[in-house]
Write a protein that binds this ligand. Sequence first.
Ligand code: CAA
Length: 283
Amino acid sequence: MEIKKVGVVGCGIMGSGITEVCARAGYQVVVREVNDELLKKGLDRIKESMSKAVSRGKLTQAEMDAAWARIKGTTSMEDFADCDLVIEAVVENLELKKQVFSELDRITPPHAILASNTSSLCITAMAAVTKRPDKVLGLHFFNPVPIMPLLEMVTTILTSEETVEIARKFGESLGKTIVVAKDSPGFIVNALLIPFLLDAVRMVESGYATKEDIDTAIKLGLNHPMGPLTLLDLVGLDTTLYIADAMYEELKDPRYVAPPLLRRMVLAGKLGRKSGEGFYKYS
Ligand code: CAA
């Protein structure tokens, strides 16, 4: 089975990035948002990112125009009817994701592979609401999707070898390096990253060190491209909280307990870059 047309459910930070890399790799892409306003916001984000790639010499204007022409935005799930692969990138809510998978199973052709970009939720639970659990897996991209070279491929005990091979070829065609993870909470990256981010918040909360010093220590002491609090602002405090809660819910491991400060910042609307303020302010 050859993948020609890709569907992306959700055009937020991750969905727009996934749409961009698929279109740049030559795939026809249909991306769906719940309303015209969010769709426009997502499509504008893609255009801005590709323009940045052009200005940095990573893409020619002609390549950008061709990639842009391969993207179709929609507010209707029915537009996934001729997709060979659909990647779900809606908010981290398992009930919502199960609903999306059930709809995708009804709408897409029987050969289509259904993937989730979830950071931590159970892929098996999404597969179980479809009649094609052998064609369901996780394709977990990293933010910012056009720049980050990793793709975590998450297989369940129901995913077929054929699906894994098609998905692997697809991921490589996007220029990503693939690692394979089991369907256990947080997969590889977040199982390690989330406790690190939560500990950084606990340090701020307890007055152990300033946020600037924590970030500088990790940047200059470990050569990370950004410190944990800057990274939290990039990932989104709300997304990090969803992931931590989902991991704690399943594992009951205290490493994944969200510190009160994180929960309160989310309640206060300080979500990071996307809301203009998190641990730092953004204009
Ligand atoms: N397309 C292609 N390339 C692009 C681009 C685009 N739209 N925009 C920028 N680039 C290129 C730039 O040209 C530059 O390339 P060179 O190094 O060859 O010059 C490179 O990407 C870096 O771009 P910038 O100079 O704009 O950015 P930077 O150097 O300040 O780095 C960063 C920004 C890549 C975000 C870096 O700080 C970083 O890697 N941070 C860590 C990000 C991270 O850890 N992400 C994972 C989060 S966890 C997650 O996503 C999963 C989860 O489930 C929570």
